[in-house]
Design a protein around this ligand. Structure first.
Ligand SMILES: Nc1ncnc2c1ncn2[C@@H]1O[C@H](COP(=O)(O)OP(=O)(O)OP(=O)(O)O)[C@@H](O)[C@H]1O
Ligand SMILES: [Mg+2]
Length: 339
């Protein structure tokens, strides 16, 4: 496996909850990201999946240094970056860029496409000196499959898919090594989603990019991811290779998400039961004790309310041996293979 380009260690991001207008008192905290550790390897795509509010975008923002971590470490090529400031922060930020979910709201409607894509050069003029910028932007338009002559047009003159291509061109402008795609196709028509995903894959090969690809459900990331991490209420509950997650999931939450994925070949997956999760997602300001998933888990026992299951590799052989945060991860695989 390639060396890690990004290492995340025990990352925590809490948002304070305050009360009072004049004299704000902190009355609690939203535990948006609570002790997450993983690695992103050079040239790979890591899918991150979980329901709304589980902390995916917050994780992305902390990795991008758009939000300060409450605790923990982020290492880019071995260097701790979560507490950098000034010029050092600026230099590192160049290497990690983001593509946002909604191409309708993330592009400034009053700026031309040329100004939108070229804006990062204002902060990093060393990448494209002033005289070269027009050419640089036209090259970027070409790279994402748009006509370079569109440079003076405005966002409203483009379709959703084309706008997302503009967002991707902007993300590429500074020649980053990592791109974090935060639900880049969720706002697009299904027919356009595949085109944008294909473009991202093609660009990955061309520019040697490492991706973190955030999505709500497992079906979208399946095609593009080498590894997948599943989040629930601020925690990573399971992470592994494509095969480990889609064929040998050991965490009940992942199994529930998988059961909701439409199956392309019905004969290959006969007998997969649809698992309907009962109850709402608890508030991240007041998460359950022990295992955070236990209030919705059909397998939960006494122990789950008192002991926090750590993300660890259960003592199992084969593809089931991957990180899972369930007390019964080892037993679950036995049960599955016996069925
Ligand atoms: N700036 C903020 N201040 C306070 N709370 C926040 C802030 N940003 C996010 N949160 C809270 O943190 C939790 C995680 O939010 P986040 O946006 O990271 O989730 P998400 O997984 O990206 O959800 P979605 O799938 O809807 O995009 C939520 O409870 C959210 O309300
Ligand atoms: Mg989000």
């Amino acid at each position: 496996m390639a060396e890690p380009i990004l290492e995340v260690r025990n990352l925590v991001k809490y948002f304070p909850l305050t009360q009072g207008v004049l004299f704000k008192r902190q009355i609690g905290a939203v535990q948006a990201v609570d002790g997450i550790s993983f690695e992103l390897h050079k040239g790979e795509t890591l899918g991150i999946v979980g329901e709304s509010g589980c902390g995916k975008s917050t994780l992305a923002k902390v990795l991008m240094s758009l939000e300060r971590a409450t605790a923990g470490e982020v290492l880019f090529k071995g260097e701790e970056i979560s507490r950098l400031k000034g010029a050092a922060l600026k230099a590192v930020r160049r290497n990690i860029q983001m593509v946002f979910q909604d191409p309708y709201t993330s592009l400034n409607p009053r700026m031309t496409v040329g100004d939108i894509i070229g804006e990062p050069f204002e902060i990093h003029p060393e990448v494209a000196p002033k005289g070269d910028r027009r050419k640089a932007v036209q090259d970027l338009l070409d790279v994402v499959g748009l006509n370079p002559e569109y440079i003076n047009r405005y966002p409203h003159q483009f379709s959703g898919g084309q706008r997302q291509r503009i967002g991707i061109a902007r993300g590429l402008a500074l020649k980053p090594e990592i791109i974090i795609c935060d639900e880049p196709v969720s706002a697009l028509d299904v027919s356009v989603q595949a085109q944008v995903i294909n473009l991202l894959e093609q660009l990955q090969g061309e520019f040697d990019l490492s991706y973190m690809f955030i999505a709500h459900d497992l079906s979208i990331v399946r095609h593009i991811s080498d590894r997948v991490g599943v989040m629930y209420l601020g925690k990573m509950v399971e992470i592994g290779s494509d095969e480990q997650i889609y064929e040998h999931a050991t965490h009940p939450y992942t199994q529930a998400l998988l059961s909701a994925v439409p199956v392309p070949d019905p004969t290959g997956r006969e007998g997969r039961e649809r698992i309907i999760l009962s109850g709402d997602i608890p508030s991240p300001a007041n998460p359950p004790s022990g295992c955070r998933f236990r209030t919705r888990c059909w397998k939960a026992e006494e122990r789950c309310s008192t002991e926090l299951p750590l993300l660890a590799v259960p003592s199992l052989e084969g593809p089931a041996a991957h990180e899972s945060a369930c007390h019964f991860a080892a037993e679950r695989e036995v049960e599955q293979s016996a069925a």
